[in-house]
Design a protein around this ligand. Sequence first.
Ligand code: NAI
Ligand code: MG
Length: 357
Amino acid sequence: TDKRSYSIAVIAGDGIGKEVMPEGVRALEAASAAFGFQLDLKWHEFSSCDYYLKHGQMMPDDWKQQIGPVDAIFFGAVGWPETVPDHISLWQSILQFRREYDQYVNLRPVRLMPGVPCPLAGREPGDIDFWVVRENTEGEYSSVGGHMFPGTDREIVIQETVMTRLGVDRVLRYAFDLASKRERKHVTSATKSNGIAITMPFWDSRVEAIAAEYAGVSHDKYHIDILAAQFVMNPQRFDVVVASNLFGDILSDLGPACTGTIGVAPSANINPEGAFPSLFEPVHGSAPDIAGQGIANPVGQIWSAAMMLEHLGETAAAASVLAAIEETLVSANGRTRDLKGNASTEECGKAVASLIA
Ligand code: NAI
Ligand code: MG
């Protein structure tokens, strides 16, 4: 018999990352006991500002060897601007993972949960449930360009958008694959071919080409400006939304913001082929303003654990973690203070873990 077993690098990071990570791990361990798979968790101290203060860098030179051939990376939050500037702490840690591990899909759910007040009027849990798939490696965030004659009247800056067929096709395929496994089987593509008249028509043409491979999946496209408006006015329309790096960056903040608080939002940076490990983390940062008080909401971290389980193929366990979160959020005694509840970080985490079965 093949015993399912997963090795996972656990990196808590800074601030509330160190408080919410134990609750994420608690949920994973509850899922492992309930669903009969094994976990081999290896905690790392690096990728934190404490490590930086001791060693003068955020990660050891051989961080890749230390992480090793793991199945996934479970990440908390990094950053402590009082002691280490953000451009150092983020660039030398999380951004290294995304780049070195070719995590070309950034995935975030947009799902209205019970107990989370919706900033959009009249929406109930169940009304909003879709995914934002962002291209995570190329597009508008390129280093191709230049700056000439700085500080003079002739000053020129140019930064080119870089789209490759390989880069566009692989993220589109991910989106169509994801949609094909969902009930509504619909992909919406973000474009701006009326204004960005070279790269965006190319993007659109690749959408048509990839869509032709997926007979069972329908698709449409919106220009990014009206798409942003539709996220707010008609979020029920969407199932899987796919976008370039810049458009996806904006949509993947706007979407979760339409369904409530930063404390619950999870995200994944995925290398779908499994050539490298994928990384799962809450959307929020290290929250220095509330760190050390035991009041941080652990749901973003725990929901990230659910996404990781889904990625590892533990679909039933993932669904159970999500259901446990939903049940916990219904009660004020399960919710943390940011959601007008009474629970501490640990109480919320224990409530979720006790419901995982
Ligand atoms: P933040 O997300 O840490 O905090 C923003 C606000 O939301 C704060 O008022 C905070 O108290 C609140 N908040 C965040 N998470 C919460 C939770 N789980 N429960 C309850 N309240 C929560 O963003 P901020 O303050 O801009 O950044 C702080 C540090 O985190 C910086 O060093 C920044 O660079 C870093 N950061 C790291 C990220 C990562 O590791 N991927 C992502 C975003 C920021
Ligand atoms: Mg962003």
